[in-house]
Design a protein around this ligand. Sequence first.
Ligand code: SF4
Length: 231
Amino acid sequence: MSLAYETKIAESIHLLQELIGGKSLKVTLAFSHQNEDAINIALAQKAGIDFDVFTLETHKLFDESIAYEKEVEAFFGITIKRFSANDEAIKALEDKVGEYGIFDDIKLRKECCHVRKLIPLAQALDGYDGWISGIRIAQSVTRSETKLVEFDGKFELLKFNPLAHFSDEEVERYMRESAIPSNALYAKGFKSIGCKPCTRAIKEGEDIRAGRWWWENPEHKECGLHLHKEK
Ligand code: SF4
């Protein structure tokens, strides 16, 4: 039996209070320009915990996402820390992958995610006891094993997923009832937001992550940040 909406919110706030606030853990919250991240910020503020917020500057973001970062900073009164691979690493990647390599070869696509996302993520998580992520079970087959709290063996710290059990409708409901601003891309048909070359709007009836790496099979649709098993 699934929990009621209000119970899920209370459970998530309690989790943040008990496991992070109660143990004085040093945590950082991932902001990837999506509704889930904004809800996590709202829940963490309600929980009264100390937390930092970071985002990954891949240099491939939509203009709407960059604008949304500033909107979220103003709305919540926070500063988002930005992490990026260095210029040499980006240049070496671009020389190797070219303009279309990410579409032609999954290894090159994963290498692009590694340089633009994984390396900066490792920097963003360095020195923390845990991180807060917006991933949910309902998002995709690759996230079906998501738990509220897990140990992230890849980066060796705790990972909190307060929205693990939230449905798509519950995310939209929280945004609406709390009057939290959304990334303008949602109004343009995007349901999951990532880098510009690898994200498209979806059509009526399509899965919410159908617009991410749409040329790949569903089991490959991850950038490596949230994998439970390497694919
Ligand atoms: S999502 Fe696309 S552009 Fe962004 S890092 Fe991954 S492959 Fe590169």
